[in-house]
Design a protein around this ligand. Structure first.
Ligand code: NOJ
Length: 556
């Protein structure tokens, strides 16, 4: 397998709005990030993925961009950005930016022009259609509730927005749009940026004619997925982008790709495809979701492992995995897959052990390294995420869901769970800001915070630090093959990694009940040294009892 820096690295995802506020306006900013670079260096990460920092009216917290070549006022200036980039490079940390080009903001100058007249040169930068009998052009619903079409009075047509109505979809059929995007990418690469995470990149090619989507029982709108995900020209566009831009630089790319199976993934990340390095898959993130994300569906460890192992196996010698258990759109991993109460520390370390010992590049989402948890605000009015607020209007105010059921869904799955400010210390606002934070700090900051973590040798932080260090020292973790044992177990995840004569055995107890573990037959009697574990005094015997959420990595 070809060796690459982005395979060997560990990524830290940084959501600047909630990281560190340096000027007291309650909003995290670039100078706040600069202040904390030594903290990230201490953790040991070598790649930073920075969520969008471009000019934006922040309808969707920076995912609605009004100028792709400038920095958002709340976050600072271009000078600050350049200083951040320099500070990262001085510490041998690469910078990956967010590329949000399925849509722009409706406040982008292209859209202002586009909307002004059917004759504008920019009209065709977006997707405009006539209505049908006074109704939108098709039945598609948007990801953020309501129709995916917005009527515009100036020219009496509708424009498509798969996300909010302030995020009109760009028309990738238009070669001028593609050229604008490629030029903009080069602008950032020339400045020294090391890669892009590409927002819903598999949405950019739409099936011509934009047919109505399937509508399930009880659904208010049709589903655009079959006609706007992995569309007919997607690979042509990705290959063109590669040829025009990516092939000219040594950069990392990761595409956010909902609705992609491992088979489809190979078309995006396969060796000879000349498209992307890796994608974010959603099969694991969709586990436990009911008809809507606000309704719960029970899941089993068996299902969880089947998804993880399938991706490990399918992309074992062609393509590359991205390993993540949460991000700014998902609940906190310890609340979702672990135990955020009695066993918060043990389960956070267990999940981290899995993340850092699989085949692929691990992504740590800010706050994960200190075991930050989900949050529960009393009322929907305390939330800021438009996905939550729009869904509340549509479902609760529309009489389709009870307030308490919806709020239970928000506590479980809402995106603001991951967006509460970083808890730096137990002082006012968790040390995040001297002003009023844009989103309330999780009240558990008095116990869970960076200051505490740095004082305690046994903290989650230092465990992450060791895991990151182990990846640097053991190429078997990066390049070794993956083999699973005890697939049918509903309590233990067990696998080996092997590179030539180097072999690791990973054993993870996913629950708080103790469970017996017998070393797989072919490895019994072998000499095993503990490389890392979340408990002390790990026995060397073939037959052991795993403690709650115990994780052990043996070197064989
Ligand atoms: C995925 C991003 O991660 C999410 O935060 C955003 O709302 C949508 N794409 C739309 O850009």
């Amino acid at each position: 397998m070809e060796r690459k820096w982005w395979k060997e690295g560990v990524v830290y995802q940084l959501y600047p709005r909630s990281f560190k506020d340096s000027n007291g306006d309650g909003i995290g900013d670039l100078r706040g990030v600069i202040e904390k670079l030594d903290y990230l260096k201490e953790l040991g990460i070598n790649i930073m993925w920075l969520n969008p920092v471009y000019k934006s009216p922040n309808d969707d917290m920076g995912y609605d961009i009004s100028d792709y070549r400038d920095i958002m006022d709340e976050f600072g200036t271009m000078e600050d950005f350049k200083e951040l980039l320099k500070g990262l490079h001085e510490r041998d940390i690469k910078l990956v930016m967010d590329l949000v080009v399925n849509h722009s903001s409706d406040e982008h100058k292209w859209f202002a022009e586009s909307r002004s007249s059917k004759d504008s040169k920019y009209r065709d930068y977006y997707i405009w259609r006539k209505g049908k009998n006074g109704q939108p052009p098709n039945n598609w619903g948007s990801c953020f509730s309501g129709s995916a079409w917005q009527y515009d009075e100036i020219t009496e047509e509708y424009y498509l927005h798969l996300f909010s109505k302030k995020q009109p979809d760009l028309n990738w059929e238009n070669p001028e749009v593609r050229k604008e995007v490629y030029d903009m990418m080069k602008y950032w690469f020339e400045m020294g940026v090391d890669g892009f995470r590409m927002d819903v990149i598999n949405f950019i090619s739409k099936v011509p004619g934009l047919p109505d989507g399937p509508k399930g029982e009880g659904d208010l709108y049709g589903n655009f997925a079959p006609y706007s995900m992995n569309g007919p020209r997607i690979h042509e566009f990705m290959q063109e982008m590669h040829k025009e831009v990516l092939s000219k630089y040594d950069v990392m790319t990761v595409g956010e790709c909902p609705g992609v199976s491992p088979e489809l993934a190979k078309d995006y990340v396969g060796r000879d495809r000349n498209e992307l390095n890796m994608i974010f898959q959603f099969e694991l993130m969709d586990i436990g979701k009911g008809r809507t994300k606000w309704e719960e569906k029970p899941w089993t460890l068996g299902e969880f492992k089947a998804i993880m192992s399938k991706w490990q196996e399918e992309l074992s010698d062609d393509g590359w995995n991205s390993l993540y258990l949460n991000n700014h759109d998902q609940p906190r991993l310890v609340s979702r897959f672990g135990n955020d109460k009695e066993y918060r520390v043990e389960s956070a370390k267990m999940l981290a052990t899995m993340l850092h010992t699989m085949h692929g590049t691990p992504y740590i989402y800010q706050g994960e390294e200190i075991g930050m948890t989900n949050v529960k605000y009393a009322s929907v009015n305390e939330y800021k995420d438009l996905e939550i607020l729009n869904a509340y209007k549509e479902l609760v105010e529309g009489g389709l869901m009870k307030d308490e059921d919806f709020m239970a869904g928000v506590y479980r799955m809402g995106r603001d769970n991951a967006r509460t400010p970083i808890q730096w210390s137990n002082s006012l606002n968790g040390g995040f800001s001297n002003g009023t934070p844009w989103l309330k700090v999780n009240p558990n900051y008095t116990e869970i915070n960076v200051e505490e973590a740095l004082k305690d040798n046994n903290s989650i932080f230092y465990y992450y630090k060791r895991l990151i260090q182990l990846r640097k020292e053991n190429d078997v973790i990066v390049y070794g093959t993956f083999k699973e044992y005890y697939k049918e177990s509903e309590s233990i995840y067990c696998y080996t990694r092997q590179l030539e004569d180097k072999k690791l055995l990973v054993v993870l107890n996913f629950f708080e009940e103790e469970v017996e573990f017998l070393v797989p037959e072919e490895l019994r009697g072998s000499t095993r040294n503990v490389l890392i574990s979340n408990y002390d005094n790990v026995p060397q015997d073939d037959h052991i009892k795993l403690r709650p959420y115990e994780a052990i990595v043996y070197k064989i």
